[in-house]
Design a protein around this ligand. Structure first.
Ligand code: FE
Length: 336
């Protein structure tokens, strides 16, 4: 090739790449701005790569599907293995190989091929009335099906992703039949029809409607920080239940690289940054979730709740039982 031809090729290459393409990354986020904006700002300051974020409560996966290969999104940021798996199962992600991410994030908290990664964990706890449940009286999720709790349990809808993930975990440990038996037992113990969110169940405990509920750990801290809700949290002890004599069921907030990511190198840099010490510290303090990075200390309130053993069942395995879990919820008529 003559020198002029090489020069022309080089020029053509430069012309094809917009000047700023290497300096941005686009995120579709189900997580609220107050939680993640400070981390993105820190990333921008450190790298000069601009983070553009689309926030929404719902519809981002549909949007990603509709946009197809033309989607500007590089990363999807969400909570729950159900939602992470949904994006993956729809074929909207691509695998990421990163020594940084593999070193920080334990294997049970990422998709084996790298289609999604957990950034924080959240434990699903039992909230128990301080007045009506003695310390040590309940220690496992299995216990929730014990007839001694008849008329004393409140939960949100069995179809909510948090409940589906817990039931899927139960299936992973015990199989479908035992899981169904357990859920029937829990249903038989309900004080009222499933309704409201995790915090509403703790409110119900404070009002004497029920004595036990299920709720994620960070709601304890969020209730304490709220003038009205602090009294709800004060009425309850939190218990880290075991499942199958193993640890407490945990779920994730996490991130996935989209299949069509136009800025995949920058996106992986952002993923690695989010798993790093600085971002993990910010994340942990903001929402009282457990950092995925073992170097990073827990928030003060989480420390006060004490340490616990998380269930080490890989969440990718748990996730494969979600569809069966949803069927069980219907068969049992949990919400009826
Ligand atoms: Fe939540």
């Amino acid at each position: 090739m003559k020198i002029t031809a090489i020069a022309a090729t080089v020029l053509a290459l430069f012309a094809a790449v917009p000047a700023n393409a290497a300096e941005e990354v686009n995120v579709y986020s189900y997580r609220q701005p107050f939680l993640i904006k400070p981390m993105f700002d820190a990333f921008e300051r450190e790298t000069g790569i601009k983070v553009n974020v689309v926030f929404a409560n719902k519809g981002l996966v549909e949007r990603l599907k509709n946009e197809g290969p033309n989607s500007p999104a590089d990363l999807i940021f969400t909570v729950d293995i159900g939602r992470l798996s949904e994006v993956y199962e729809a074929g909207l992600t691509q695998p990421v190989t990163s020594d940084v991410l593999s070193a920080i994030i334990p294997p049970q908290y990422r998709e084996p091929a790298g289609h999604w990664f957990g950034l924080t964990t959240r434990a699903r706890l039992i909230y128990a009335s301080k007045d009506r449940v003695a310390p040590g009286e309940i220690t496992s999720y299995e216990d929730l099906a014990d007839p001694k709790w008849a008329g004393r349990i409140c939960t949100r809808s069995g179809n909510h992703v948090y409940q589906i993930a817990l039931l899927a975990s139960f299936i992973a440990h015990y199989g479908e039949e035992e899981a169904e038996k357990w859920l029937r037992g829990v249903k038989n113990n309900l004080a009222r029809k499933p309704q409201g969110n995790d915090r509403n169940q703790v409110k119900a405990i404070s009002e004497g409607v029920c004595d036990l509920s299920l709720g994620n750990n960070y709601y304890y801290a969020l209730m304490l920080a709220d003038e009205e809700q602090a009294a709800w949290a004060d009425a309850a002890n939190v218990i880290f239940p075991t499942l199958g004599n193993k640890g407490t069921h945990v779920n994730l907030s996490g991130i996935a690289l989209t299949k069509s990511a136009p800025n995949s190198d920058n996106a992986i840099k952002l993923m690695e940054f989010l798993a790093g010490d600085l971002a993990q510290q910010m994340y942990a303090e903001q929402n009282h979730e457990y950092p995925i990075n073992a170097n990073v200390p827990w928030s003060g309130i989480l420390k006060s709740l004490g340490t616990f053993e998380p269930d080490d069942m890989p969440l990718a395995t748990v996730s494969t039982h979600r569809a069966t879990a949803a069927k069980i919820v219907n068969r049992v008529g949990y919400d009826q």
